[in-house]
Design a protein. Structure first.
Length: 455
């Protein structure tokens, strides 16, 4: 009985001792939570923590960057933790230029959780945008995939726009027949062209397949071509090569070809060409009417029309002018070659060529003339007023003599009276008198000739 009681007291004593020890602990014995020396908080290794998702945290150059140095050497991609470089391949990690599917060649290394994309051949294309793409095929070292595909872009500083031809003084296509032969050709581009690439521009005469020499000058975006020796009414072919480049080296999209035709210089026929023209038999051969905008040659009841652009001056020498007149009568085209010899009463015409088969015509010839005037000896005239009878009148219109017509040749009219013979020569434009018993001599020059008499 005593042994049991002794044991109970020992237990009570032990409990009391524990209670007293706990009571002796004060607030001064508790360390602050932020005491580094006694901080027992658990440290987490984020780089290898499977609870952290693999993600891209940032990229250099930053997404959307512009004016990036063309000599950019590397791209830095910061991940949330290190990746398995074995999962990096073209299908999962790519950098391509706009308009291209080719991945830029680079060496890829890793420093901690930063991946370094170092170019094998630095020197990106100026003015272009590059696209960086990292797919979910990229994994961390524990095999966890990138949480989502990452995309980023940046643009290299510089110009990559190809130049274009905005306008041309000779048009941009087709055949323009309004180009003057002595004109310069002005080309306006979208930007300034490198003068070193202008030498490739050529101009060819396609009618005889010869190249035309040109002087080339430049002012800003405008390039002026000054050809030497372009001909009228001739076809030409201007070629601007694809290699034409701007100051950044960007070339045209394609070669530019422009065909054009030079115009004829408008030529006005001499005013005295207008009128009725007779052949040597005195028959009306043709009539010429010269209008302000349109002219006409009437032949055998047909009206062949033309304007000054249809007239070409072939020769313009003294007393030997020659013209080519291209005319149309409905759908029929006809060429007239007209030649004069400085005599306003004569006009030679050929329908064959400019050098042959000319036929002489006259407004007034011996078959048609009925009146001539002279200014010598105070002036006077000879007129046929009654068929077969010609009268000589003084400058006041008073009859002096009468003559009988004996013959008409191609260029002369033959008259006579009791005093002698008179010949009116329209070829030499003179009047000759042969008194009875004397030889013929010149009496006077003809100043006016006409097919009708005013009396």
């Amino acid at each position: 009985m005593k042994k049991v009681e002794k044991t109970k007291w020992r237990v009570l004593y032990g409990l009391l001792l524990i209670f007293m020890m706990n009571a002796c602990i004060t607030s001064e014995d508790v360390k602050p939570e932020n005491d580094d020396d006694d901080n027992d908080e658990e440290v987490i290794d984020e780089e290898n923590d499977e609870t952290v998702d693999l993600a891209v945290l940032g990229v250099t150059p930053a997404d959307g960057s512009t004016d990036v140095d063309p000599n950019l050497a590397e791209i830095l991609i910061e991940f949330s933790k290190p990746i398995d470089l074995g999962t990096v391949e073209n299908s999962t990690f790519s950098l391509a230029r706009e308009g291209s599917n080719t991945t830029e060649y680079a060496t890829i290394t890793q420093s901690g959780s930063t991946v370094i994309f170092k170019f094998d051949n630095p020197g990106l294309d100026e003015g272009y945008t590059y696209f960086l793409r990292i797919t979910t095929g990229v994994k961390d070292k524990e095999g966890n995939a990138l949480s989502e595909t990452f995309s980023s872009t940046f643009t290299i500083s510089g110009d990559n726009d190809r130049p274009t031809l905005e306008s041309s003084s000779i048009g941009l296509g087709g055949v323009d027949a309004d180009v003057e032969a002595n004109t310069s050709i002005v080309l306006t581009f979208s930007e300034t062209i490198d003068s070193g690439s202008l030498s490739g521009i050529t101009l060819t005469n396609t009618d005889d397949n010869t190249e035309v020499e040109m002087e080339v000058s430049q002012e800003g975006r405008k390039v002026t071509l000054s050809p030497s020796g372009m001909k009228e009414n001739t076809n030409y072919f201007l070629v601007i090569p694809q290699g034409l480049a701007d100051l950044s080296g960007n070339t045209l999209y394609a070669m530019i070809r422009i065909r054009f035709k030079t115009a004829k210089t408008p030529v006005d026929l001499p005013e005295w060409y207008e009128g009725l023209w007779y052949d040597s038999a005195g028959k009306l051969a043709f009539q010429i009417d010269l209008g302000a905008t349109e002219s006409t040659i009437f032949v055998d009841g047909a009206a062949y029309r033309f304007d000054s652009k249809n007239v070409t001056k072939l020769e313009d020498q003294f007393e030997n002018r020659k013209y080519q007149v291209d005319t149309e009568f409905g759908s029929v085209s006809k060429v007239f070659y007209l030649r004069d010899v400085g005599n306003t009463n004569k006009l030679e015409v050929s329908h064959v060529s400019s050098d042959s088969h000319y036929i002489e015509h006259a407004k007034v010839n011996a078959q048609t003339v009925n009146h001539v005037e002279y200014s010598d000896f105070g002036g006077g005239s000879f007129s046929q007023e009654v068929y077969g009878t010609w009268y000589e009148r003084d400058s006041n219109g008073n009859v002096k003599n009468s003559f009988t017509m004996t013959n008409r040749g191609q260029w002369s009219v033959y008259l006579e009276d009791s005093r002698g013979k008179l010949r009116i020569d329209l070829h030499t434009e003179a009047i000759y008198w042969e008194p009875v018993g004397y030889s013929e001599s010149k009496f006077a020059d003809i100043s006016v000739m006409a097919n009708s008499s005013p009396y």
